[in-house]
Design a protein. Structure first.
Length: 267
């Protein structure tokens, strides 16, 4: 398989490195288009693939084109792409906020898949929601799904509108966890720990809790109850969270992210 990646920032290269790691594409068949001279030179030094700085005829020789430029930069590349795209090529867009219909229109090309990964994809631990135009056949969809799964896990969505919810829940989701971890570390510091000790206590607690969620045969409520003894320390903390409507605030914030994602897709 031959793949072109247009835009080789963190997410584009997360995909590229995962493909190479699992031998889904050979370096000679991985075309990396990066306009930044500094970034392009770094990629050449890494020997991550065939690195070029402009969109040319070689892009039209690939099976899959991954669009990973920033959404605001799409307008600067679609003319060049449209001139080289071949009828059988599949486009995979990981640009946030740009709907399939717009990509089809700008590129004059029907075979478009749209995906929303998140940053843990850089470690092969991402989760990606994806959907496809009706013109994309099942075989092509399965090939792209296999590629996406090299970066972690994926979920196919029948309705493209649900990608806004994916953006809010898992696309932006890592930042929510970082926010909570930051607050817990700050609490540790206020209780007398230095930065490194507070961070170690919180990060290892979070890691262990994650594994319990994944392996314990208990609901989240049961896991909470297992820690929160009646009249104990955990219950005291949870009572404060509830009085401050922490859960409602988190839900409201995530829904605000979904609303913003929908606004961006319509702009």
């Amino acid at each position: 398989m031959k793949i072109a990646i247009v835009g080789c920032g963190n997410m584009g290269m997360a995909f590229a490195k995962s493909f190479l790691q699992y031998d889904l594409v050979k370096k000679d068949n991985l075309l990396l288009i990066e306009k930044s001279t500094e970034r392009s030179e770094a990629l050449k030094a890494e020997k991550a693939g065939v690195v070029v700085d402009t969109i040319g005829p070689r892009v039209g020789e690939t099976d899959l084109i991954i669009l990973s430029v920033k959404p605001q930069d799409f307008s600067s590349v679609f003319d060049a792409l449209r001139s080289v795209i071949q009828p059988n090529q599949v486009i995979l867009s990981i640009m946030a906020g740009i709907p399939i219909a717009q990509i089809q229109d700008k590129l004059n090309h029907p075979l478009v898949i749209r995906a929303m990964p998140n940053t843990p994809a850089m470690l092969g631990m991402g989760i990606t929601g994806f959907t496809a135009a009706k013109e994309v056949d099942l075989a092509s969809l399965r090939r792209v799904e296999n590629l996406i799964n090299a970066t972690g896990r994926s979920i196919f969505l029948e309705e493209e509108s649900m990608l806004d919810a994916v953006t809010a829940l898992s696309g932006s989701g890592p930042a929510y966890f970082y926010y909570v971890v930051k607050a817990m570390v700050e609490a540790g510091k206020q209780m007398g720990f230095d930065d490194s000790v507070a961070a170690l206590l919180v990060k290892q607690t979070m890691l262990g809790a994650y594994h319990l969620i994944n392996t314990a045969d208990k609901s989240l409520d049961e896991l909470i109850k297992a820690v929160a003894s009646k009249g104990g320390t955990t219950e005291a903390a949870l009572r404060e969270f509830e009085s401050g409507n922490l859960a409602d605030t988190l839900v409201t914030g995530i829904k605000a992210a979904q609303t913003r994602a929908t606004e961006l897709s319509k702009s």
